[in-house]
Structure formats: structure tokens, C-alpha cells
Design a protein around this ligand. Structure first.
Ligand SMILES: [Cu+2]
Length: 209
């Protein structure tokens, strides 16, 4: 059947002046008319909520059993949060490009900076492409302290490990970026990314000797 629909204008508590015609399955006609009385904004908000509810936090332990990430291979969807939990020693997590081993990613990178046990660094997944990461401490990357999110057969963890093993340098990008330390989540990015130690070091360096 074909029916005329008059949307409900939520702000003014009246039916909108403009109508449109809808072809509809008679069995669900009542339900659809009911739904149409809510504003587009309400429907949009509901779909946003739907997306948020399905996002999950994926914990990856850093350094609990020596120089390693555990797990070192995870699957993540868009909106999920990678939560790197530092659990021993002094390590970092840095995003790499698949083909470049122990070198920071050229785009959409992230880096926690060197952290000790207790630190938590969160990175939000923005697409489902493979994400490779490594630890920039010592020769940890060359020695296999690497991991992957959403590996493929073409871009596998084993292939990345081989490239990492052959890397001449293990590159540290310096101050953290591309993620947040959750205790500072919600504060402006520049502050959140700046660790307390980093600020003190900059202040000390600025003092005359
Ligand atoms: Cu390490």
C-alpha cells in the first residue's frame, strides 16, 4: 500500500508542514507510522548509540614476560580501543609500516614513549587495515617485540618479524602522540600526550647552567 507520512516536528511539537508518500508493507504499517513521528535527530542518535555500544577495549600487555606484547596479534573493528598495559620493565609501543620494520609509521602513527609498569596507553582503531607495532627500547624490535592488529596473509606478523629482525636501527619517535593515557582522557590532546617526565625534562633543559 501507499500512505502519506507527516513527520513530527519535535522542536515545535506539531506535525511538519511538508508531507511525503511512502510505499509500505501493510503488516508493518502501524509500526512505521509510529517510528516516523520521532524526529530524524532521535533516529540518528539511536544509530550513534548502536555504534558506541559495540566498540570494545582490547588489552595488550607490554613487558609482562620480558620483551614481548601479549597477545601479539589481535582483531579489532573500527571504534575499538587498543589498550596497551605496561606490566614490567621499560618499553614502548610505536606504530610501524609493514614494509619498514623498526621505523615509525609515515601516516596515522602512534607512540607511547618509553613507559614503566603501570602505564596505560590507548589508541582508537579508525579502520580495519593491518596495524603493525613495535617496542623502540634497546633492540627489542629486532628481537621480536612486535605485534599486529588485523593481519592479512599478505601482511602477516611473521613477515613483519623478518623485516624487523633485519632492521639496522630501532627508531624512537620521542614524545608520545596518536593515543591517550586514560587518566588524562578528555583533557586537550597536547596536554594528554605530554607525560609528566617530558614536561620536567623540557623545563630543566631551558634553565641556564
Ligand atoms: Cu621493549
Amino acid at each position: 500500500m501507499s500512505i502519506k507520512v507527516t513527520p513530527w516536528d519535535k522542536d515545535n511539537h506539531v506535525f511538519a508542514k511538508h508531507n511525503f508518500t511512502l510505499s509500505i508493507d501493510t503488516n508493518s504499517a502501524y509500526k512505521t507510522i509510529y517510528t516516523m513521528q520521532y524526529s530524524t535527530l532521535t533516529i540518528a542518535t539511536l544509530s550513534l548509540l548502536g555504534t558506541r555500544v559495540s566498540a570494545k577495549t582490547i588489552s595488550i600487555e607490554v613487558g609482562r614476560n620480558g620483551a614481548s606484547f601479549s597477545p601479539n596479534s589481535v582483531t579489532a573493528a573500527v571504534g575499538d580501543i587498543l589498550e596497551y598495559r605496561f606490566a614490567g620493565g621499560r618499553h614502548s609501543v610505536v606504530r610501524a609500516d609493514f614494509s619498514r620494520g623498526c621505523t615509525p609509521a609515515s601516516n596515522n602513527g602512534f607512540s607511547s614513549g618509553l613507559q614503566s609498569s603501570g602505564a596505560v596507553f590507548q589508541v582508537t582503531v579508525t579502520n580495519t587495515d593491518p596495524i603493525f607495532f613495535y617496542c623502540s627500547a634497546g633492540s627489542h624490535c629486532q628481537n621480536g617485540m612486535v605485534g599486529v592488529v588485523n593481519p592479512s596473509s599478505a601482511q602477516s606478523l611473521d613477515k613483519f618479524k623478518s623485516t624487523a629482525r633485519a632492521s639496522k636501527d630501532n627508531v624512537s619517535p620521542g614524545s608520545p602522540f596518536g593515543g591517550v593515557f586514560p587518566s588524562t582522557r578528555g583533557i586537550s590532546a597536547a596536554r594528554a600526550y605530554q607525560p609528566v617526565g617530558g614536561v620536567a625534562a623540557v623545563a630543566a633543559a631551558a634553565q641556564p647552567h
